[in-house]
Ligand binder design. Structure first.
Ligand code: GLC
Length: 428
């Protein structure tokens, strides 16, 4: 999992027919749209401005190291060319496979490749109607759908997963979505998850797989946990042990392109979110919902560019970093990340303080300190080493109460020009 834990930051892409209604990727379900009515989006699908090189450049410029695209979402529509269905991009007016050029463009920008594949399918004729189905409440529909055979659907999934794992070269991770066992639900027996998993591991032994196949208690049944739209309180654990985790988050309240949704997070919120995730040892998979023309809209671009402005100067406080060792205490209004290979500690200052900052637990351990945005020195007074006193304008008598375990940083009064300024501490 080395590449994945070092990468820390990825781009999720939710794209499909739901970009046309532009009011949430669950629109078919929420509005109980029938297959016949949903068909008009298929007939109109023609993303004429689709240029995956632009997407790849935007992801890379934002500092993202991998991406995950919806090869098929819950509505069953496939962005890839499949031998096992006509419900695919190649059969729309657009007429081309959308996945191949994206994979190529992303690889060219140095990003790792991830595929999202929906376990749920609201289009497939053998998919047994359940409580999450658009027609779940329609008794007459349920009656006509009575003879459906999930075994056939599970075989279809295996056929399609084999296609996406053989037609696009080596794939770095897979994101299945999602299980909901229980009454009128679906879980591992329906998906035949273990069979699916065995096939995947055989086709691509190095691939990383998320945790939504309903195999949490099966050894090797998942590689990382995926808390969704939610910031864990601390490093995610299973049976008391820290596990690899990735939280997926949206810019606003929808995964698919949503024209009228207004709860967009600010660049600052998103940067702070990324820092917080890494400070707890996790990955952030941040979602973009491209439009039906095939572009990232202005609101998305503004966020990606803003994050990129920050990442340009602060990438090394994120990439390769993880939670700081417990001995280093987090100062007020700040978050810590740590790179165990370079032994550098990063203090992400969320609220710029007045003149000084105390770092507890670092006495005697600091070799050098600097602002990361411009590599300008930060003078510090190390309480355990009184000879460092008086350096660069420290007044005699500063911090008489030192207990020996702290380091006092002398900061400029003016907040550095960065969404979240970072102090890089080079440890001895
Ligand atoms: C949920 C939603 C889905 C979205 C996913 C991302 O499971 O059903 O629309 O793709 O979250 O993790």
């Amino acid at each position: 999992m080395k590449w994945w834990t070092e990468a820390r930051f990825g781009m999720f892409i939710h794209w499909g027919l739901y970009a046309l209604p532009a009011r949430h990727e669950w629109v078919k379900n929420r509005e109980h749209i029938t297959d016949a009515d949903y068909r008009m989006y298929f007939d109109q699908f023609n993303p004429d401005l689709y240029n995956p090189k632009e997407w790849a450049r935007a992801a890379r410029a934002a500092g993202m190291k991998y991406f995950v695209i919806t090869t098929k979402h819950h509505d069953g529509f496939c962005l890839f060319d499949s031998k096992f269905t006509d419900y695919k991009a190649t059969a729309t007016p657009y007429g081309r496979d959308l996945i191949a050029p994206l994979v190529k463009a992303m690889r060219e920008e140095g990003l790792k490749v991830g595929f999202y594949y929906s376990l749920i399918d609201w289009h497939h004729p053998e998919y047994v109607v359940d409580r999450n189905h658009p027609q779940a409440g329609d008794a007459a529909y349920r009656e006509t759908a009575k003879g459906r055979d999930m075994k056939k659907y599970a075989a279809y999934m295996r056929d399609q997963v084999r296609e996406i794992l053989t037609n696009y070269g080596s794939i770095d991770c897979l994101f299945f979505d999602f299980s909901f066992p229980g009454p009128d639900g679906k879980g591992r027996a329906d998906w035949e998850s273990e069979k699916l998993l065995a096939m995947i591991r055989e086709l691509q032994p190095d691939i990383l797989i998320n945790d939504r196949l309903d195999l949490l208690d099966v050894p090797g049944g998942w590689d990382f946990r995926t808390p969704e739209q939610f910031m864990p309180k601390e490093w995610v654990t299973m049976n008391g042990r820290k596990v690899p985790w990735e939280t997926c988050q949206t810019f606003s309240g929808s995964w698919g392109y949503h024209r009228d949704e207004g709860t967009w997070k600010s660049v600052r919120q998103l940067v702070a979110m990324l820092i917080e995730v890494v400070s707890k040892g996790g990955n952030l998979l941040l979602n973009v919902g491209p439009t039906a023309r095939g572009v990232f809209d202005d609101r998305s671009m503004e966020r990606l560019e803003g994050i990129g402005r920050w990442m340009k100067f602060h990438d090394r406080a994120i990439t390769g970093c993880t939670q700081a060792p417990a001995e280093f205490l987090k100062p007020d209004n700040a978050l810590l990340t740590y790179n165990p290979s370079t032994k550098r500690l990063y203090v992400h200052v969320l609220e710029w303080p007045l003149g000084t900052m105390t770092l507890e637990g670092l006495g005697g351990k600091v070799r050098y300190a600097q602002l990361l945005n411009d590599a300008s020195e930060i003078a510090f007074k190390d309480a355990s080493n009184p000879r460092d006193l008086g350096y660069l304008g420290f007044l005699p008598g500063d911090r008489k109460d030192d207990d020996g375990g702290a380091v006092l940083l002398r900061l400029p009064v003016v907040k550095p020009n960065a969404e979240v300024p970072v102090i890089e501490i080079v440890l001895k």
